[in-house]
Design a protein around this ligand. Structure first.
Ligand SMILES: Nc1ncnc2c1ncn2[C@@H]1O[C@H](COP(=O)(O)OP(=O)(O)OP(=O)(O)O)[C@@H](O)[C@H]1O
Length: 241
């Protein structure tokens, strides 16, 4: 299977704080990869270094065969990114923001269809700022998918979504994966990780402490429940006696 993301020995510090410590990982095409860890573990910093929006101190990164620092244009066309809060004009409508985004890409997806799929089809005439938190979150996933990307980064995928919206997002992502999309996500919801992720990496204070599948994490820690295994590995809960 083709490798879509390859990270070798990535390190990044902020002053004295080592946020990412010699991290190496690789992601295969058509899979969902979960980067997990407690608040402050280094997930967003890793994603920003992979995207080239932050400078790593050391290490090598390849995304879709490109160097994210040097091949920005080619990556921009093929990679989608979900932002937590967008940088949009205050009065802009959903339709306008989608249209403006679609104009930036050579082969954009049908944004109206995406809005329908994500349950905000009836909101396209509304101002973005008037959307509820969960609706805005869904809009940001739509915006990430408008490029028709080969690879999409979804940071805190379903934070703020209600139960039905989360299930809908899972269903759509599973469908997109079956059509070859590669997904790199972070999530604090272990039920979501269990449903979606083919492989995971758990970070603890910037260091990778586990690579593998959800099943392997459970087995290695003798846990029936993945959240228990995750809490032990991530250091969010003291290990069992
Ligand atoms: N610009 C910055 N300047 C200084 N410290 C930073 C900066 N950005 C992040 N950090 C610190 O680096 C560490 C890793 O942060 P990062 O945002 O990567 O964590 P995270 O795993 O994404 O956390 P969360 O789950 O809360 O989003 C944290 O201790 C954070 O306070």
């Amino acid at each position: 299977m083709q490798t879509v993301i390859n990270v070798e020995q990535l390190s990044k510090s902020y002053g004295n704080l080592l946020a990412v410590d010699k991290l190496s990982l690789s992601v295969k095409r058509g899979t969902v990869y979960g980067l997990l860890g407690a608040n402050g573990a280094g997930k967003s910093t890793t994603i920003e270094c992979i995207l080239g929006t932050k400078n790593a101190d050391s290490g090598t990164i390849s995304v879709l065969g490109c160097n994210p620092k040097k091949d920005r244009n080619s990556l921009f066309q093929n990679v989608g990114v979900q932002f937590q809060e967008g940088d949009y004009q205050p009065e802009i409508k959903v339709s306008e923001l989608c249209e403006e985004t679609a104009c930036l890409y050579e082969a954009p997806a049908d944004w109206k269809k995406l809005c329908e799929q994500f349950g905000i089809g009836n909101k396209i005439g509304n101002a973005v700022k008037s959307l509820s938190g969960g609706e805005r979150q869904r809009l940001f996933i739509v915006l990430a998918l408008i490029p028709n990307p080969e690879l999409v980064f979804l940071d805190e995928l379903t934070t703020g979504l209600d139960a039905k919206a989360r299930r809908d997002v899972w269903r759509i992502l599973t469908e997109l994966r079956s059509r070859g999309l590669t997904v790199f996500l972070t999530s604090h919801f272990m039920d979501e990780v269990e449903v979606l992720c083919d492989e995971i990496c758990i970070l603890r204070n910037g260091k990778a402490v586990f690579f593998g599948t959800v099943e392997q994490a459970k087995k290695a820690n003798k846990c029936e429940n993945f959240e228990d295994a995750y809490l032990m590995l991530s250091g969010e809960e003291v290990e069992k006696e």
